[in-house]
Design a protein around this ligand. Structure first.
Ligand code: C2O
Ligand code: CU
Length: 450
């Protein structure tokens, strides 16, 4: 195994060299400690891939084959799910549905599949509740374009939040009914690449490609870059017509590729703000310009990425309908017969660990479908489908522009969205809310494609 390649592409190193990435890799999950909050605070006991939060940034080229051996040194069983990748069902990492869990204290499993699409993806456990993710198990999977656009640095920012006590220890309240029936387990400490950061150093005149990943259990981010005009060039890994944005919103599981042109003056500082939750805006970090002279004075428009080989769904056919209900201030399932279950999909409380339940939808292989998702709750739900990507056609009846592909669509409270896809990947695929406490308490269905 080439250990060095794990380290390439990390924030400090800048532009990753264009070499082959497809060597076999070992991913070891274990219990470790990491300082999340800064030197003035104790380190936190975390669960990690390869000893760090986030886990190693895996970089491959489009069309290459990923081969990763997972070794489970955790005191609990686990699996690895490759979020957003269109892969064979047996490699999808869902215990009980696509594989047996990897045993605690030494179990192993080899994941191997091709990477058809370029883009920003990530990997994480899929145990049905959010505990392993909240403890730190996640990492980025970057699939580079065959002909990547020219940028000065290509970087991943994995956003996550933690619920820490005063000693910077992780609070153990993982499956609380309060979180599950409300917005999920939102933490009190936000990290970028596993650290609370005050600043992020940039050079005037450089062009960055920032790959933003939301690896939080439940927190939604609404990021803006003060004094800058960033472009979005890809969403959930897939190219989108480049467009400026004021604020990019990322629900759990979602990604955005951003071109950030560093137009500030040498020596200046600019805030990156997250103001998704009203009245709770905070500064994520400051872009801090070094004193060095400007690298360039003017920027080309953002590059347009080549489309991935995703089949365009054909129009027509009555949409399938999925109704989300439940939660606090909604119609919750009766707690005497469904203890700890707060949500329903089409009237059924669907649990991750009940795969003997029938599929929520049965789709014919190769056929196009429209699906209307109707959120009759007072809460946000990032709904995620495995093994496929879909067009996000509309939200509340309004066409979503520019046209985009996604694997996760964020539904606002009391809203609806229409998506369309070609069911071209056979198997049983999870369709669930990526607020992991919602997933564990009723919002975990699967869709059968056959
Ligand atoms: Cu990112 Cu079903 O998961
Ligand atoms: Cu939800």
């Amino acid at each position: 195994m080439d250990r060095r390649s794990f380290l390439l592409g990390s924030a400090a190193l800048g532009l990753a060299p264009r070499t082959a990435w497809s060597q076999a890799r070992l991913l070891r999950a274990s219990v470790t400690r990491q300082n999340l909050v800064g030197a003035a605070h104790p380190a936190t006991e975390v669960w990690t891939y390869h000893g760090t939060v986030p886990g190693p940034e895996l970089r491959f080229r489009q069309g290459e084959r990923l081969r990763v051996e997972v070794e489970n040194a955790l005191p609990a069983q686990t699996v690895v799910h490759w979020h957003g990748i269109r892969l064979p069902n047996a490699m999808d990492g869902v215990p009980g549905l696509t594989q047996a869990p990897v045993a605690a204290n030494g179990g192993k499993f080899v994941y191997e599949f091709e990477l058809p699409d370029a883009g920003t993806y990530w990997y994480h456990p899929h145990l049905g509740d959010g505990e392993q993710l909240a403890r730190g198990l996640y990492g980025a999977l970057v699939v580079e374009e065959r002909d990547p656009p020219a940028v000065d640095r290509d970087l991943v920012w994995i956003l996550s939040d933690w619920r820490l006590d005063r000693e910077a220890a992780l609070r153990r309240d993982f499956a609380s009914a309060m979180d599950a029936s409300h917005a999920g387990r939102i933490g009190n400490t936000v990290t970028v690449n596993g650290m609370v950061r005050d600043t992020f150093g940039v050079r005037a005149g450089e062009r960055l490609r920032l790959r933003l990943v939301n690896a939080s259990n439940a927190r939604i981010y609404g990021l803006s870059f003060e004094g800058h005009q960033p472009w979005v060039i890809a969403l959930d890994g897939h190219p989108v017509a480049p467009h400026w944005f004021e604020r990019v919103v990322l629900g759990p599981g979602m990604r955005a590729d951003v071109i950030l042109d560093c137009t500030g003056a040498p020596g200046s500082a600019h805030r990156v703000i997250d103001d998704f939750y009203r009245g709770r805006a905070y500064e994520l970090l400051k872009l801090e310009y070094r004193a060095e002279p400007r690298l360039r004075d003017a920027f080309e428009p953002a590059p347009r990425l080549a489309a991935n080989p995703v089949k365009e769904p054909s129009p027509g056919a009555e949409p399938e309908r999925i109704v989300l209900a439940g939660g606090m201030m909604g119609e919750m399932p009766n707690q005497s017969s469904h203890k700890g279950v707060f949500w329903t999909l089409n009237g059924k409380p669907l649990r991750h660990d009940h795969h003997d339940q029938p599929p929520l939808l049965s789709l014919r292989l190769g056929q196009s479908y429209r699906i209307e998702l109707v959120n009759r709750t007072a809460w946000h739900h990032p709904m995620h489908l495995h093994g496929h990507v879909f067009r996000v056609l509309s939200k509340n009846g309004k066409e979503v522009l520019p046209r985009q592909w996604a694997d996760t669509v964020l539904l606002d409270p009391d809203s609806r969205a229409e998506i369309a896809l070609v069911a071209d990947n056979p198997g049983d695929w999870m369709l669930h809310c990526h607020v992991l406490e919602h997933q564990a308490s009723g919002m975990a269905a699967f869709v059968r494609v056959a």
